[in-house]
Design a protein around this ligand. Structure first.
Ligand SMILES: *Cc1c(COP(=O)(O)O)cnc(C)c1O
Length: 382
């Protein structure tokens, strides 16, 4: 098989070799149920708790504030619905933004149909919410602010600490979807005044189907799933031990190597962007070029159809992502690109490249040469 060049780390990542190695025994010899009292049960329980400690340590929380879930989407659901249902008698107003992941947006829409009142904040052309806009929208009915840490399409990193301060000042609970941030940037839930935080294993070289939710101690939330008393009675179901172990190892390894990996990834990304900027005319960079995820690049190519571009890249075994959803042949721009006000002529041909730790300079040069050639040939047809 020819080599695949993978530049879609915001979609998912491969499982790190060391992570897989730590997981394997829990599929076979260490198959006990953490609730059982005999030795292999205790081993499983110990592994789960060690993983919880690793997660807690990295974000500066404590183990009993960490709940394991099945994915980032479940963490978002549990956070937002859990807080909403637990605070019904206090109020019914939630503030979020227009550029959230569907796991947050659709959870809010679902709550809207149950009678909750949702404010979807606008963002500026770089993808930032406006802090005074946020503060002005808080009422005495506001129970939750949910703003993503870093955006999955354009990489913009919000001013999380300032958002946390505003929430604290008004005594409103603050949740952040940090699925793109965990593993890529330093997070301190105390310093940043974060009350709840969602993460997902497969975005930082852990396995798919495992997530975690941090909830500050003393904050009550309603469980969404009834059953056994696992996860401090907040998330029923026998623990997914192997994957929990995988998530713990993955987060530990990501933060042990954070500076090294980010430096390398940023260098590749910047090289790519500089080359594209010099060699391809009529392009636009989306998002904030300074305050964004180290591996993220989102560029619009005038006159290009994003879906078509992805097919051409796929022919060259390059994996990337477009900022549009294809509906009956005509691509329409994503809600994120619409929210940052991308003009019509640019909005259909956006390319998200997300670099990861296994990418090399050779891969990057191959990507650049392929892209230059493809854009040239696609533009010949118009
Ligand atoms: C991937 C992603 C999710 C969903 O995580 P899953 O584990 O795939 O459910 C949520 N929010 C953001 C920002 C993401 O990038």
């Amino acid at each position: 098989m020819e080599k695949i060049r993978y530049f879609d780390h915001a979609a998912t990542t491969s499982v790190d070799e060391d992570v897989l190695k730590e997981m394997l025994p829990f599929f076979s010899i260490e198959y006990g149920n953490p609730s059982s009292i005999y030795s292999i049960g205790r081993h499983a329980k110990k592994a789960v708790e060690e993983s919880r400690q690793k997660v807690a340590r990295v974000i500066n929380s404590i183990p009993r504030e960490i709940y394991f879930t099945s994915c980032g989407s479940e963490s978002d659901n549990l956070a937002i619905k859990g807080i909403a249902y637990a605070n019904k008698c206090k109020g019914n107003h939630i503030i979020t933004s227009k550029i959230e992941h569907p796991a947050v947006l659709n959870t809010c829409k679902s709550l809207e149909s149950e009678g909750f009142n949702i404010t979807y904040l606008d963002v500026d052309k770089n993808g930032f919410i406006n802090l005074s806009d946020l503060e002005n929208n808080i009422t005495n009915k506001t129970i939750l602010i949910s703003i993503m840490f870093a955006n999955n399409e354009i990489g913009t990193i919000q001013l999380i600490k300032d958002i946390g301060l505003i929430a604290k000042k008004h005594n409103v609970i603050f949740h952040t979807d940090a699925v793109q941030a965990v593993g890529n940037i330093q997070i301190d839930v105390k310093k940043m005044n974060i009350d709840l935080l969602s993460m997902s294993g497969h975005k930082f070289y852990g396995p798919k189907g495992i997530g975690a939710l941090y909830v500050r101690k003393n904050i009550d939330f309603k469980k969404l799933q009834d059953g056994g008393h696992q996860e401090k009675d907040k998330r029923a179901g026998t623990e997914n031990v192997a994957e929990i172990v995988g998530l713990g190892k993955a987060i530990e390894k990501a933060y042990d190597n954070l500076e090294y990996n980010n430096c390398k990834i940023r260098k590749l990304r910047d090289f790519y962007e500089n080359e594209i900027e010099q060699r391809i005319p009529y392009i636009k960079f989306n998002g904030n070029r300074n305050n964004r995820l180290p591996g993220n690049s989102n560029i619009s190519f005038e006159g290009i159809n994003g879906e078509e571009l992805l097919f051409k890249l796929d022919e060259k075994l390059i994996c990337a992502s477009a900022g549009s959803a294809c509906s009956s042949g005509s691509s329409s721009p994503s809600h994120v690109l619409l929210a940052i006000g991308l003009k019509e002529n640019f909005s259909k041909g956006s390319l998200r490249i997300s670099f990861g730790k296994e990418n090399t300079m050779d891969d990057t040069k191959y990507l650049i040469e392929s892209l230059v050639q493809i854009i040239k040939s696609l533009r010949k047809n118009i």
